[in-house]
Design a protein around this ligand. Sequence first.
Ligand SMILES: [Ca+2]
Length: 392
Amino acid sequence: MKKSLILLSIFCLITALVALLVVGLGRLEASHGVYWTDIVTLKIQRANLDGSNVEDLLTVGLGPLGIDLDPVEGKIYWSDGGITDAIIKRSNLDGTGVQVLVTGVPDPKGIDLDLVEGKIYWSEQGTHTIQRANLDGTEVEEVVDTGDGLLTDIAVDPVGEKVYWLGNGEVKRSNLDGSTIEVLVVIGTGGLGGIDLDLEAGKIYWTNSGALPRNISRANLDGTEVEGIVQTTSTFFFQPHGIALDVEGGKMYWSDGGINARILRSNLDGSDVEDPVTGLTRPYAIAVLAELTPEEEIDEILEFFDESVENETLEGVGPGRSSADSRLNALRSMIEEAKDLIEAGLIADACEQLMAAYKKTDGDPIPPDFVTGDAAEELAELILHLMNNLGC
Ligand SMILES: [Ca+2]
């Protein structure tokens, strides 16, 4: 009797500890993961990258078709609705704060964000065009008249100033002013495919859910060196729709809307296929957020700073004890100031502040560092990574 009570107490204690751990981790893992739309259940859902913690974020209108994410502002953008009066919307990454951005969009399909110029791009099957607007939905303008009756997903290359799309069973691109439409790859029969770009390696990835054998393929940005990387001969067991690349993590994610509806992922060359999320209805467009958001990242930096001061791997440098301490505190204040600027959306100012903080811990004597110790170099690297994430 006594023994079972002790066992029960131990069990309760372990349960409480596990719950605490899950809550603690949940704070940082809340936003990064894989996000997708389902065109039958009319939901937007997400899961962690390993497939755990599948959540319903939103229930939407007549079929959410395109989805993309803004990790800087922490937003989901999607196209939602019917043939004549569809809309482009956004919400926070947890599904709260839904805003209507653009109305009266004829049959929208893919959505892609250009966070360099601050634009939403979408394809309209109804008008055969690709359109864009500011992230707040203002200044709607036509980018290209594709002339494609079957126009599906799009992907923007803001650096090369091109837009890529799947139209009438072909992979095509044009300049962002709509000029010079090029047919890059002929797939065959059109399907409800998705497209994404790996701009580091200079590759286009697309899914072919129309012509048999259905597959996922890639090619160079100019359409050369086409290779099928995930193949099947089955007619209906495999229906790849959306595709999203995590280039840094070396993974691609795609939705399979076939009988065994699920989210899959593999390495970028198609090896090591896994299905982290199964038992879905008809997943369609997909987006992946592999990095921490800048807000999460700067919280991590402050946490790292405090831990390093606590365990004495980071300390101030100065002519005397009090001067060293005040420099240590000054550097922390600079990082906190950058956090406030990020939260206020003042990214250019945040970049300037982070660069100033970086120079106080970079090991270069000019200007003099405010900190020293084993953690100083890692602190500098964390600040640089965040600047990269912000697009500084
Ligand atoms: Ca320095």
